[in-house]
Design a protein around this ligand. Sequence first.
Ligand code: ADP
Ligand code: MG
Length: 558
Amino acid sequence: MVQKEFKAESRRLLEMMVNSIYSQKEIFLRELISNASDAIDKMYYKALTDDSMTFNADDFYIRVQADKASRTLTVEDTGIGMTEEELEKNLGTIAESGSLAFKKEHDAEDGHDIIGQFGVGFYSAFMAADKVTVLTRSAFSDQAYKWESNGTDGYTMEPAEKEKPGTTITLHIKEDQEEESYSDFLEEQQLRSIIKKYSDFIRYPILMLTETEQQKEDSEETETVVEEVTVNSMVPIWKKDKSELTDDDYKNFYHEKHYGFDNPLKHIHIRVDGTIRYNSILYIPETTPFDFYSKEYEKGLELYSSGVLIMEKSPDLLPDYFSFVKGMVDSEDLSLNISREMLQHDRQLKMIAKNIKTKIRKELETMLKNDRSGYETFFKEFGRQLKFGVYNDFGQHKEELQDLILFYSSKDKELTTLKEYKERMPEEQQYIYYASGDSIDRLEKLPQAELVKDKGFELLYFTEEVDEFAVKMMRDYDGTEFKSVSSGDLDLETEEEKKEQEETAEAYKELFAGMKEQLGSRVKDVRLSSRLKSHPVCLTAEGEVTIEMEKILAQMPE
Ligand code: ADP
Ligand code: MG
């Protein structure tokens, strides 16, 4: 047997691969199963174009089996297998992808379910194994071959026996180390849960031997029965037609995936088949997760590539202001083997994110229009996040969000949109007035609000800290500026009234000067006010920052 050398740079690449590209060891199983699925897919595509071949679905499966005694884990498939040359080329050269070549060679349209393309996934086996043996026979040859490697010293290859075409990969699982345990990869339950997590929607059955206790016939006693069961669900719900699915199906998926302990308020099922292709199921939860407004909360969607989970929470798919959205995205255009860091710059991912953002916004707009009470339920839970969205990033999301935010108003103390407020404005009203405070009841009694209401103008009640910051960032809504009733100049008087006031102010000049002297540095000025009706005096702020904002700013850590 000839020992062949990995090229020097390949060896380094392999080390880097094994130790840094993948964040979790368990994904090696996902990689091997994906390869097995690709190998079966290739049989399927071959049969599509070659009349002499038939594809009988029952003949194709992936089998995962662990043997504790020999510390081995095997992944077997009945796929296309590899010839001697293919074996050497695909597994002897790191970053050589037979699958990518297959996709290029065949019509891309046909092959787009094939997952592989980077030619590095296979080597992740060395994260869990100190020796890997590949026994493979091509569907187009009678001769099988055995490939073996410990991952560092190159590999060996020799002819071998194999009854049927396909590939069997045997991993010799590493011994447990002090800080690292590998034995989990030999436990049936662990393996099942890894398969469920990453490979549940692989389109071919993944079989595993499972021990179950069964009652013996005509007897009280039980016996252990070993059965082969399919552990993956195969057809993902997001690939099904919307018309086939009920609200309960969506609700079950929400719970199955642990998106939340509550029920979804709304689901959005998206299928896009254009320049970008993806399927997505998104949920707006009914209630805010307990940690939603804390630093611990992580936004993100599950990201799948052709049914294979590649990231549990991809934050790049959601803007911060929609961080409450849960769900998943599956795209066949994404690359499976790239690291998280590279994924952030993936152009496809950016396009999908943009697309999703628009869909969520549209859905909320529709809900606001057609299901007001549903929308208000949503808004009471997550509205604050939308207002933060208006405020953050220097207000650049204003256009997208301004029609989705609601405020309490002096009109019936109900929630209103800015559009509705504006539509109710009398012609002579120049500003959108608001008052900030702790509660609506207190704001109702605010002396500063009297004159505005007296004029027949409506007032927005800002009871959340973010409210005033958000409108300050917005400056105006559809050309109408916001004005706090506690700002110095409300600009409500007629020319005549103004003149009258000036005269009165002049007449009482000395009184005000005396008052100011008494109050000292606690006030900046004492002035005559025209805005008060039943109260003798009120406090106002000068400039952009109102008293309420000053209070909040004073509480903020330096
Ligand atoms: P990728 O899947 O990205 O192409 P891998 O390192 O996972 O990269 O695999 C390299 C190549 O080895 C594949 O492209 C494929 O040609 C071949 N290969 C791997 N596993 C199998 C298998 N089970 N059956 C047939 N070919 C396989
Ligand atoms: Mg692969």
